[in-house]
Design a protein around this ligand. Structure first.
Ligand SMILES: Cc1cc2nc3c(=O)[nH]c(=O)nc-3n(C[C@H](O)[C@H](O)[C@H](O)COP(=O)(O)OP(=O)(O)OC[C@H]3O[C@@H](n4cnc5c(N)ncnc54)[C@H](O)[C@@H]3O)c2cc1C
Length: 419
């Protein structure tokens, strides 16, 4: 069976890997190259236990500050874009305890499958991807937000996550590079089993393995349309002509919404823009963290990837615009200076911006959507957790393709996520 995968981000490549491994013939198409989209320089965190969705009831309390404070990590630029308005309203509607809880349950189950699948890949192949398993600290600067975090922790622990609430001085014992920041920490959640890796390198390594295994890659090739016959997709039309296959997996990241609209489908995926900086860490400076750290108030993550520190954050609802705003990069540099002074060379950070493919609830869209060809599956909408969830999502797509039954998803299933 020949499967054509649209999109060579981490979602598409992880899917290509699982399908190739299971004996499918695979072709991957991308308008640029492997890891050219949101998978390029993301926060690098494999956040298997800490999956709290952005759509959370606590957002209502912080909304005025998030919308209007100058240093807010969130930014909204209202546009004449019905998709932006519809997404925003659906997002606000999803900020309820029941939705947030159900999303947490589904994402934890998917993350657990992801961890198993990625660790199997790491054990089978030598991947040069700066993988580490040093755990994660999520820092809270005030008592109310730490209290809310402890409640989310209780929920996650009840679902099997290994997490502990720790004091500021315990934080410094776990991660000595935080020593000077202790007075600003009200408490933290420690997840000892969390991991990190360079997502772009994982993409490159997957491409290398797949090419060696005979998988065909069509890069610099834009997907423009799907050709359908009798309820089935027979080909995808591209800037370089049609590509025929037995089944198709659309893993187009933040471009998924536009792709869906061309099929007459309202796919609730909207870009949530974020930024990162990457800086070299000099080994003798010793002031750079080895443990992954999240500053909850600033919504910034710090991850050590080999001899580099990746700092990522911000959430902007500004359409499909990937321009790098200097003030956002300055904010990342400033926060790094405050939390980890002297951690590395902050004078020449490598800046980056990317678009998270976000659904209102934070649940990805996996599998077939009603009204579309029965042999077209979606693997998209992973939002802020696409690297973490990619391999579990890929296994789910593999299972759907392997099943002889109709390709449908069940909202009740543990990994059958839908937005
Ligand atoms: C600042 C930031 C920090 C993040 N931090 C983390 C983190 O720490 N941990 C984590 O798990 N996740 C993180 N994420 C989220 C994660 O990066 C994304 O969820 C993930 O990369 C999405 O992968 P994807 O393959 O779905 O999309 P993408 O990586 O965007 O891939 C989609 C691909 O489709 C291609 N494409 C699009 N349209 C077409 C077309 N018409 N024709 C052909 N090709 C097309 C693009 O070129 C692209 O290569 C972060 C994201 C951002 C922005």
């Amino acid at each position: 069976m020949h499967v054509c995968i649209l999109g060579a981000g981490i979602a598409g490549l992880a899917t290509a890997w699982q399908l190739h491994r299971a004996g499918f013939e695979v072709t991957v198409i991308d308008r640029a190259g492997a890891g050219a989209g949101a998978s390029g320089a993301n926060g690098a965190q494999l956040s298997y236990a800490y999956v709290q969705p952005l759509a959370d009831p606590s957002l209502w309390r912080h909304l005025p500050k998030l919308l209007f404070a100058k240093a807010s990590p969130f930014h909204l630029r209202l546009q004449l874009d019905p998709q932006q308005w519809a997404w925003g309203l659906q997002f606000l509607a999803a900020c309820r305890s029941s939705v947030s809880r159900e999303t947490t349950v589904q994402l934890l189950a998917l993350a657990a499958r992801s961890r198993i699948a990625f660790e199997r890949l790491l054990s089978e192949e030598r991947l040069d991807c700066d993988f580490s398993s040093t755990g994660k600290l999520v820092l809270y600067g005030d008592t109310p937000s730490f209290g809310a975090a402890r409640r989310q922790m209780a929920l996650q622990r009840g679902l099997g996550s290994v997490q502990h609430a720790v004091t500021a001085s315990e934080c410094a014992a776990i991660e000595p590079a935080l020593a000077r920041h202790v007075p600003h920490i009200a408490g933290a959640i420690h997840t000892p089993g969390e991991c990190a890796a360079d997502c772009f390198k994982v993409c490159q390594e997957l491409q290398r393995l797949l090419v060696a295994g005979g998988v065909q890659f069509l890069f610099n090739t834009e997907v423009t349309a799907m050709e359908q016959r009798a309820g089935r997709a027979v080909a995808t039309h591209t800037s370089h002509g049609p590509v025929y296959a037995d089944a198709f997996v659309a893993a187009l990241g933040s471009a998924s919404g536009g792709f869906g609209r061309r099929l007459g489908l309202d796919l609730p995926v909207y870009p949530l823009k974020g930024y990162s900086i990457t800086l070299p860490v000099a080994s003798d400076w010793g002031a750079a963290p080895r443990v992954n750290v999240t500053d909850a108030a600033r919504k910034m993550v710090f991850a050590r990837i080999g001899s580099r520190l990746r700092v990522a954050g911000m959430a902007e609802l500004v359409g499909h615009n990937t321009a790098i705003a200097p003030d956002r990069i300055d904010a990342l540099v400033q926060a790094t200076r405050e939390i980890f002074p002297q951690c590395g060379d902050l004078d020449a950070p490598v800046p980056w911006a990317g678009l998270r493919p976000a659904t209102p609830t934070g649940r990805p869209i996996l599998g077939r959507r009603p009204g579309t060809p029965e042999n077209l599956l979606f693997n998209t909408g992973h939002g802020a957790l696409g690297f973490t969830l990619a391999f579990g999502s890929a296994v789910h797509i593999l299972e759907l393709l392997q099943a002889a039954r109709p390709l449908t998803i069940s909202a009740a299933g543990p990994v059958s996520c839908s937005a």
